[in-house]
Ligand binder design. Structure first.
Ligand code: NI
Length: 164
């Protein structure tokens, strides 16, 4: 499994649902390390499989002040009632930042790159990044969570930039 370029909005793979990983073999240790490297190179705080054209349910994150974390076959099993607004960006939507409203805290279950299951209660920035990355596995981008007019403005801006 090699890592290519990071796909950007307009690529239809970003709009597809990723498949569960059947068996977390030793190749996932290498893959996770490569994904973490690519995330750091892009100065991102998260990277999901579909963003590199890998349609598997895996993402990596690195919140400030935390260590990098790997999530395979994750499920968000609880979300808090209270919602918060927080500015998001995405390596697949380059140069765009917008405030998105999401639950403030979550509980997530997943496996790490060594095939070990874990449960994590996340709040703050960690919760935010996890929810953003989880969306990628469902073919959802953060701009989908904005109002239609806001999203259209962003898409028009990206289109204009592509032509320039
Ligand atoms: Ni993203």
């Amino acid at each position: 499994m090699d890592i290519g370029e990071i796909l950007t909005v307009g690529n239809e793979l970003l709009r597809m649902k990723a498949e569960p990983v059947n068996r977390i073999g030793p190749e996932y240790v290498t893959l996770a390390a490569k994904m973490i490297e690519a995330m750091h190179e892009g100065k991102g705080v998260g990277l999901a499989g579909p963003q590199i054209g890998l349609m598997k349910r895996i993402f990596v994150i690195h919140a400030e002040g935390d260590t990098p974390r790997v999530f395979i076959n994750p499920s968000i099993i609880e979300t808090s009632q209270d919602m918060v607004k927080y500015e998001e960006g995405c390596l697949s939507v380059p140069g765009i930042w917008a405030e998105v409203i999401r639950p403030s805290a979550i509980r997530i279950q997943a496996w790490n790159e060594k095939g070990r299951p874990f449960t994590l209660d996340a709040g703050g920035l960690l919760s935010r990044i996890i929810q953003h990355e989880y969306d990628h596995l469902e073919g959802v981008l953060f701009i989908d969570r904005l109002s239609e007019s806001k999203r259209n403005r962003i898409l028009a801006r990206l289109e204009k930039r592509k032509k320039a």
